[in-house]
Design a protein around this ligand. Structure first.
Ligand SMILES: [Zn+2]
Length: 163
């Protein structure tokens, strides 16, 4: 709730400065109106994705409307994924079980580009990673619990079917 208020204050501030600018010099066009959705979709970085993957991911992220968003989402090949996990001292189960992981301290989500699965899996597992961030917990049960409303919204937007 506090965050929503802060966002409104920021947006009001932007709107006010736009108006002030117009008053000082009518020739200067007013600042582009920002919607909360704009701010949220622009405030994280997607790396290593194809344009198609990035578009899909951002669409899914927007549909999920999570409370906490990552600062960056990085698609990496499998070998690099394992390396990153090792670097962050995370235990990644061997085989296909792990498709993504979140480094909470840097709010970075790593996606195994070779194994994450299809389009629906991307949203489904991203909901889990957003759950880690929302719960601020590395615990899998906490993440799954927090992921539920995000998966519901994905389903509502017809971006994922329930597994
Ligand atoms: Zn997890």
């Amino acid at each position: 709730m506090k965050k929503a208020i802060a966002l409104v204050v920021v947006l009001m501030g932007l709107a006010t400065s736009g108006i002030a600018q117009v008053l000082v010099n009518p020739a200067v066009p007013a600042a582009k109106e920002l919607k909360p959705g704009d701010v949220l979709t622009q405030s994280y970085v997607v790396q290593g994705a194809t344009p198609r993957q990035e578009t899909l991911l951002r669409t899914q992220m927007q549909a999920m409307q999570s409370d906490v968003i990552p600062s960056r989402i990085i698609f990496v090949p499998h070998w690099k994924y394992l390396y990153a996990a090792k670097m962050y001292k995370l235990h990644v189960p061997t085989g296909m079980a792990s498709k993504m992981f979140t480094h909470l301290a840097s709010r970075s989500v790593f996606i195994d580009d070779d194994y994450y699965g299809g389009d629906e899996s991307l949203g489904y597992w991203m909901a889990h990673e957003l759950g880690h961030l929302a719960a601020n917990s590395a615990d899998e049960n906490d993440a799954e619990k927090a992921a539920k409303p995000y998966r519901k919204r994905l389903q509502g937007a017809q971006l994922v079917s329930m597994h």
